[in-house]
Structure formats: structure tokens, C-alpha cells
Design a binder for this molecule. Sequence first.
Ligand code: PLP
Length: 368
Amino acid sequence: MYRDTRAEVNLGAIRENTAVIRRLMPEGTRLMAVVKGDGYGHGSVESARAAVQGGADQLAVAYLEEALQLRSKGIELPILILTPIHPSEVMLAVRHQLMVTVTHAEWFRQIGSHRDQRCKEKLKVHVKADTGLGRIGLRTREEWDELVPWLQWDFVEVEGFYTHFATSAREDTAFLKKQHGKFLEMKEWCRASGVEVHQYHCAGSNAALRFPELAMDMVRIGAALFGFYPEALVPDIQLRPALSLYSKLIQVKRLRQGECIGYDNSYVASGDEWIGTVPIGYGDGWSQSMQGSEILVEGRRAEVVGKICMDQLMIRLDRKYDTGTEVVLIGSQGEDRITVRELALHAGTVPQEISTLLSGRVERNYAD
Ligand SMILES: *Cc1c(COP(=O)(O)O)cnc(C)c1O
């Protein structure tokens, strides 16, 4: 590509993070690497391969398309699709040996004639329980009882039963414990119904790192693969960030007091100032909420001033720099480092939203 703005993904970091998490989990726990959202913006195929090298046993994505993309690149590990697929696409899942998430009997009823009777392969499912996130999943005993006959259908193999925590990043663990208790209660429903479930799982990155004792048969690790984790809550662990983001100054100018920068005159110089322009904007996924965040220029911090445009943003420099000077939006330069977590705090979001939003316009280079 011809642009000055480019991301660098360190596959060694993903591989090592996976291995570190593996070692922290109790003996025998499987690790499912979650690479939805194009591997949280790091590239799904590359991230999946790195995680597998680091010891991941299985993979997960959000949608059928994402799973098919991994299969088309020759990835043969078990893959779970976390969002229910259309019942009409069930044979696509069977033929590509994909595991699907099911929540209600109604979904099975709609399979009807979409099943190809000539195909002898089974449909592998993970049943999703909603224990408090309120997103997808069965909630009541009645819903479970209605599901049971479908789970005993000879076309179906129950690979897993799982739930997802709502508050694993919060210091207060009361709600997480309540969800876990509910999940254990639901696990008893499975036992009592005689449905054979191969693996029970509930923990994503935060829960797994903070409470390895919740790992059960498998942990589903997404954010932590890429080095995103609540550092203050798990002080004994060191995971490496996988993503860096670089650009260059494409213009540097001197502003006089009272002169303006950006749409809507959103910044006014309070004195004589040097202003640099960096070719990245919300069209790259660098949202307007990044206004006021900082960028490294020769190891020193420069504030993003004025509203962020679609393709460019402006920063206030401490002196004149040459055009073409390299700047760092994510990563280290000199003695300083800008982390995705710092940017997320500034923007009022989570690190994975920032990396996932980086658009296809930003080239990903891979390093090891
Ligand atoms: C995205 C997702 C995960 C991974 O969560 P992280 O916090 O990124 O590790 C796990 N399970 C489910 C159901 C998910 O949707």
C-alpha cells in the first residue's frame, strides 16, 4: 500500500500470550481462541494460526462467514460459531465441520427439510445459557426441557454447554458469582436429563485470568490473546500487546494565537503553536472520541487537537518537526508507550473496540 499509516501485528506476542494463558489454566483445560471480528482487528487467519502455535485447541468466531473464511484458508481445528446461524444453513455447518450455538427448541424445528438425509455427519452443537448477560441463551427450566428431545436427536451431538459473564472486568465479583451459581444449577439440569455434554465452559479472558478455578473443561480466550486484560486485577500476569500503529507527519505548520484548527473551529490556538497533520481519521476507524488523546512524536507526547476528520487529524507539537517524521499512535517510541488500554480509557470504551474498529484501509503488516 502507498499510505503512511500502517498497523503492525506481532504474531509472536499472540503465540506467547496463548502459551502463558495455557500454563495458568488447570491441567487438562482446553483453550478456545476467539478470533471473531477479524481477530479483534489483528487478522483472523493470522491470529488463529499464531494462537494454534501457542497451544490453542479450538477456535471460535461470531458468524458463519467468519468460520468459512478460516476453513477456506485451510484451518482444520474445531470452530464454534458463537451467534446462532440460520437453521436453513445447517448443512453448511455440518459439511465444514463447524460447531453451532443453539439456544431454543424453535431453532431445531425450523431445520425441517433443510437437513440433507444422505449426509451421515452429525450436527455439533453447543447449548448457550443466559445466566445474566441478557444477550442470547435459554434462561428457564421449561426452555431446557423443551430443548432436550432435540439434543437427543440422532442427527445431533452435544459438544458443549456454555454461558458468558457480564461483569468479569469489574472488581466486585458478586454478580459473577451469582451467574456461576446459576450455571452450576443449569449443569445439573443437563445431568438430570441424561443429555451427554462433552464440555462445559463459562470463562472468557477476564474470568479465566482472574479466577482459573472457573475454567471448567475449556476457556474461551479472545481479548487476552492480543494482550488486552484488566492489568490492575491480575497483577501477577504479563501479557504482551500484539498491535502497533504507525503514521507520519504529512504537514507541519506554525499557527498564531487565535487561529483555528478543524471542523467547526473546534480548536483555537492559545499562543504561537506548531501543528502537525497525521493521515488517519474516522474513515480508518480512528473515532472522533480520540480527540484529546496523545500521539508519540520522537518519543514525546503530542495532543490531538480539533475534531478528527475522516482521513486526517491534527496534533499540537512542542516544536517544529520535519514532514515525514514517524509518529506512533499505538506502541512505544523512545522511553514512552501508548497502549490501547490508555486510548480506550480516553475514549470511554474497551481496548478491543479500538483494535476491532481499525478499518481495512489500514494495512496490517505481520512481524514475529
Ligand atoms: C467474544 C466472546 C468471548 C471472548 O471474550 P474475551 O473477553 O474477548 O476473551 C468468549 N465468549 C463469548 C460468548 C464471546 O462472545
